[in-house]
Write a protein that binds this ligand. Structure first.
Ligand code: SAM
Length: 223
């Protein structure tokens, strides 16, 4: 039987390092996290393919390269407290958990909250905490965060997330007028009332739905 470790190493070398991701913390974390724990059992053979995969409720686990690109953009050094909005399968939160000290992850669809918790437990991720909520409002009780990753596309920058960054903290978020096509932005809080913004290129994410996101069908939140 093929060793999964080899699949992970090949994924990191061919899909991630070869495309320019250099951060050793990101490369090590993605070599370490078993992606098979985060995809449906019937897709286990496809876990290390260079593409997103369906996880149920009309949502996807992102392509490995996109996860690496976004986490590298957070410029983590290790030991931080971070927030992810859009936990989905829990995979990106697990990768963050290999780098940061504590990870708080929010998911708006109840069935995916249960899935993420199950997957994270199976992968042995003890420093990742998942809650069912509208992540556009952030997680005020646990703020401030050194890094915030938004894994869905927003129509504009959610002010609550900016305000929950620590000074020096980075928010990485896809933003755009089209619900399915965005520009990846890195927003850095340089002082209590000052932020800088960098454009990191085009990405395609499912819409961020919530009070400070797109308007969606409220029915699916309890699915
Ligand atoms: N990071 C995930 C992973 O590793 O599997 C993939 C995320 S998927 C591309 C986007 C997720 O964002 C979906 O699960 C969707 O339900 C969720 N989402 C959309 N709007 C949200 C919101 N306001 N709060 C929390 N989650 C949200």
């Amino acid at each position: 039987m093929r060793d999964e470790t080899e699949d992970r190493q090949q994924m990191v070398e061919r899909q991630i390092a070869r495309r320019g991701i250099r951060d050793p913390l990101v490369l090590a974390a993605m070599t370490d996290v078993p992606r098979t724990c985060f995809v449906p059992a019937e897709l286990a053979q496809s876990a290390y393919l260079d593409r997103p995969l369906p996880i149920g409720a009309g949502q996807t686990i992102s392509q490995p390269y996109v996860v690496a690109l976004m986490i590298e953009a957070m410029q983590l050094e290790g030991g931080e407290k971070v927030l992810e909005v859009g936990a989905g399968s829990g995979y990106a939160a697990a990768v963050l958990g290999r780098i940061a000290h504590e990870v708080y992850a929010i998911e708006r669809i109840a069935s995916l909250v249960r899935l993420a918790k199950k997957n994270l437990a199976q992968a042995g991720c003890k420093n990742v905490h998942v809650k069912h909520d509208d992540g556009t409002q952030g997680w005020p009780d646990k703020a401030p965060f050194d890094g915030i990753l938004v894994s869905a596309g927003a129509p504009a920058l959610p002010q609550a997330l900016k305000q929950q960054l620590s000074v020096g903290g980075r928010l990485v978020i896809p933003v755009g007028d089209d619900p399915h096509s965005q520009t990846l932005l890195r927003v850095t809080r340089t002082a209590a009332d000052a932020f800088t913004q960098e454009d990191l290129g085009e990405v395609r994410f499912v819409p961020l739905i919530g009070a400070q996101g797109w308007t969606g069908d409220q029915a699916d939140i309890d699915e």
